[in-house]
Structure formats: C-alpha cells, structure tokens
Design a protein around this ligand. Structure first.
Ligand code: SF4
Ligand code: SF4
Ligand code: SF4
Length: 283
C-alpha cells in the first residue's frame, strides 16, 4: 500500500473514532450546568437559536389503531424518499457502533436525503442509493423493529460538511434507531432541560394505557427509550409531554393494555413538520 493511501486510511479511521467519541459524549454533556451549560448548548446548536428538530415516525404497523383511517408513518417516510433528489445510506449506525449494540445490527444505518447528502458519499461514509434501495432499507428497518425518525440536526452541517447558509435545509436524515443506543433517546433520558427534550417530537401519536387491562408488570417502563412511563403504587402513568409515540411500550405489553392514539392531525408530508426557526426544506 502506498504511503498516500495508508495516510488516508488512517485519517478515515481517526475520523470515525472522532464521530464515535462525539456520539458517546453528546448525551452526557452538562447542558444544565451554570455558565458552561449554555455554552455547550450553543456549540451543539441546542440553544434557543439552534433549529435542530426531530420527529418519530413509528414503523411498527401493528400498533396502529386500524379503526382510524390515517396514513401510516412508514408511508410518509417512503414518500419523503421518493420526493428526494439524492439519497446516501451510511455504512454503519454511529450510535450502535459507538455503544457496541448487542440487540440490533450495526449495519442498518441512517439514510441522508437531499443534495447535501452527496457529502456523505464524497467522504466515503456511505454510498449513493437508488429510490428502490432506500425504500427496501426502510422496510428492513421496520422488520428489525427499529424506530423511525426524521431528523434535522444543525450541528451535522459542521460535522459532515453539508451545504448551508441560505437558511434552507438541503438535507434530512432518516434514522432507524434502537431504544438502547440511540444518542437522541439517551439525551432525552439524561437531560433535565425542557427546551432540549422539546426538540424531539411525535408526529401526532401518543401512548395511552387502559388501567383495567394492566397488571403492573413494568415491562413497558423498561422498554420506553425516553423514560416517559412510570410505575407508582401499581399504577402506570405516561408523561405525554415526553412520549414520542414510538410504540415500543405497546409492542412490549403482553396484555394489550397500551395503545397509540393519534392526538394531533398529521401534516401532509414529513417536510411540513420542519418549520422551527423558519427552516425550509429543499431535498
Ligand atoms: S440516530 Fe438512529 S440510525 Fe442514526 S446513528 Fe443514531 S441510532 Fe443510528
Ligand atoms: S407492560 Fe402492559 S401490563 Fe405491564 S405494566 Fe406496562 S401496560 Fe401494564
Ligand atoms: S411511552 Fe411508549 S410510545 Fe411513548 S415514548 Fe415511551 S415507549 Fe414510546
């Protein structure tokens, strides 16, 4: 191997190591600490001027209330892919690799869509995917029982070198997250900062428990990736403000005591959700 290639290989390895380090540290930073907290939030664009926003798109069809004639989130996600000009699938899931996930495959990673996503391929962090490849990737994510999320994470433009500057998002990220390793879920659990928690949202669904069917086994409490469920005096309660409507609790409950209810009418497309701070989406 030539010296140039060896150096490049080493640099790529160092870059990946840096990303794993960032992913591991991201949820644990002291966002709530006096003085240093606001600085950290500004650095990772989670301060009030940052426009980071994410939406859970539950891919588990079984937990949907079939009596409601609504579009399924997986179909909204597929439409997002069809609407996009460019798609890049990452070679590996940063969170699962960084946390050595034991329950879900590390090779099932995010899809970046939109013109800026070319930077992922240029940096050899992923490969360009056709529409059909990206759609099949979504189906596999659902089969694996992963949680779908559509994200726009502002700090990624610096991390991955995405085009920016005109106030428009030229990329969105479609994620397939596990309840154990996803840094976004870890951050929600770890932080006491309401303005940070508020950036991670359901597109409309919330979990609801039928008290009479519940035997207080606590399985759902363990499964909730963001700590939205608590069990006190044999009673389950769900914090609606924190619940992302991911459906993990409903899938785990053996007594069918939890259902997902559509609380807010769905918007037309996934792009329509990304409006915080005047963000527009051109993918
Ligand atoms: S956000 Fe989800 S898909 Fe993306 S790297 Fe983390 S766990 Fe993987
Ligand atoms: S998993 Fe079901 S039965 Fe068990 S505590 Fe949760 S809601 Fe109740
Ligand atoms: S309460 Fe259920 S639906 Fe809500 S975030 Fe927790 S696991 Fe997901």
């Amino acid at each position: 191997m030539g010296i140039k290639r060896a150096v490049k290989k080493r640099m790529r390895k160092a870059t990946w190591s840096f990303f794993y380090f960032v992913v591991r540290m991201f949820p644990k930073m002291g966002y709530g600490k006096p003085i240093i907290g606001p600085t950290l939030k500004r650095m990772v664009k989670l301060d009030p001027s940052g426009r980071t926003q994410t939406y859970v798109l539950n891919l588990n069809k079984e937990v949907h209330d079939r009596t409601q004639n609504v579009v399924l989130p997986i179909d909204m996600m597929k439409r997002l892919v069809r609407d996009s000009k460019y798609r890049a699938i990452m070679h590996g899931c940063l969170c699962r690799t960084a946390h050595s996930c034991r329950d879900y495959p590390v090779d099932h990673a995010c899809i970046f869509i939109g013109g800026s996503a070319k930077a992922i391929v240029d940096r050899r962090m992923g490969f360009e995917a056709t529409v059909d490849e990206a759609l099949a990737h979504i189906d596999r994510g659902a089969e694996l029982g992963l949680i779908g999320q559509a994200m726009w994470v502002e700090v990624e433009k610096h991390l991955f070198g995405f085009r920016s500057g005109d106030g428009t998002a030229h990329w969105l990220e479609i994620c397939f997250c596990c309840p154990c390793c996803c840094s976004a879920f870890k951050l929600i659990r770890a932080t006491d900062q309401a303005d940070i928690k508020e950036r991670f949202r359901s597109i409309g669904w919330k979990a609801e428990v039928k008290g009479e069917a519940c035997n207080a086994c606590g399985l759902c409490v363990k499964k909730c990736p963001v700590g939205a469920i608590s069990l006190d005096n044999d009673r389950i309660s769900i914090d609606e403000k924190v619940c992302l409507g991911c459906g993990f609790c409903a899938a785990a409950c053996k007594r069918a005591a939890i259902t997902l209810q559509l609380r807010t009418p769905l918007k037309g497309t996934v792009q329509d959700y990304f409006t915080d701070g005047g963000l527009g989406v051109d993918i």
